[in-house]
Design a protein around this ligand. Sequence first.
Ligand SMILES: Cc1cc2nc3c(=O)[nH]c(=O)nc-3n(C[C@H](O)[C@H](O)[C@H](O)COP(=O)(O)OP(=O)(O)OC[C@H]3O[C@@H](n4cnc5c(N)ncnc54)[C@H](O)[C@@H]3O)c2cc1C
Length: 408
Amino acid sequence: MASEKSYDVIVVGGGPGGTSAASFLAMKGRKVLLLEKEKFPRDKTCGDAISGKAVGVLAELGLKDALERAEHGDVCGVTFSSPDGKRAEIFFRKKEGEIEKGYVCRRLVYDNLLWNAAKNMVDARDGVEVMGLVRENGKVAGVKARAKGGEELVFKSNLVIGADGVSSVVAREIRGSDVDADHTCVAYRAYYSGVSQMNGTIEIHFVKSIMPGYFWIFPADGGLANVGLGMLMSDMKKKNVNLQKAMQEIITQNPLFKSRFASAQPASPLKGWSIPLGSKKRALHSDNVLLVGDAAGLVDPFSGEGMGNAMLSGKIAANVADEALLAGDFSSAFLSKYSELLWKEIGEELSLSYKMQRLARIEWLLNLVISKAASSERAREAIAGTFANEKAKKEYTSPLFYLRLLLS
Ligand SMILES: Cc1cc2nc3c(=O)[nH]c(=O)nc-3n(C[C@H](O)[C@H](O)[C@H](O)COP(=O)(O)OP(=O)(O)OC[C@H]3O[C@@H](n4cnc5c(N)ncnc54)[C@H](O)[C@@H]3O)c2cc1C
């Protein structure tokens, strides 16, 4: 086993969470090792929708223009359809003369952009899989890893950031395996070319056969569509739903989609992955360890968006890691500051999204809201207003919001 040099911080996993943590630490002058088991560019099963929160952190990393230059699909609004087949298109509001826009960027492209930026600042090694934590005198003192080709390596650090996704080795070592079917979503995704009637919006369809889950069509670059569906693991088991079959049925038999997919061709295999929802508060730190992104279980329980919180948690972890290095204190008590700061930032939003996830189980309510939005410009305006910020989204959980929609 080859023993190598030591670092201020070792970051395990080169997705949005890990690259953000590593880059922010490097910007503070820290010596960072970033380890990723795959070779870049690599795909990650995802819807590829880049939330405003992710774009905000990307801008802080100085990478917003790089995203603009990268291959991506522009998004100008959201289309919803209800279990009873009504369809409403809601376009983003104009902001000072400009239409607010969103991005769909294939993870093959997006993660590569983040990885290359981090690689310019830190010791970033892909094709190196972390096998576990190294402990000395009972304390975490680094990681053991294996390079492609089989060589075993040991890297030393007082602080390890686990950003290794939903099946995190680092998280498993500090808190055991934690797959809770009520707080984990299962989702499948494939790329298609030739889907008709794409209108530049993110499409979220509450299809009856997979309720309470949803089917999506997102406009990626070059005429590709990111097509997928997801459901809470506990519902999937309870209702005995086979998501691969359900997807096939939706695109070949559902009246809303079969003509749209009549000439479409799959451009990739259908792949499944699980999504750890932030509706459950999991441990985010221990002595010498911080967890970020999916390793910490921070995905929005309503929308399934996880890149924004992965990048934001990476940034907050970098700040706290820097403070721990200054203080020379890597104890769980010191690192608890990370959990406190992160929950303060996203806790309310996650619990609001959880409430929305529960509301979206009520089929008649979805039918009512979407049919109202389909027929009333004022209802669409009211919903578009709530896209703008988190405070406004609170309206979704207020009975008055629905009353106003009905009367609009
Ligand atoms: C089908 C689906 C659709 C989704 N749609 C969206 C969406 O549209 N928008 C959105 O914002 N979010 C979406 N998400 C969620 C999003 O994909 C995740 O929340 C996000 O990728 C989390 O980023 P991360 O950096 O924490 O983890 P990941 O992106 O999973 O990155 C973890 C990295 O760690 C590496 N790794 C794992 N184990 C090791 C190891 N032992 N050693 C070294 N490296 C390791 C992995 O190879 C990977 O590169 C979706 C998820 C799924 C499954």
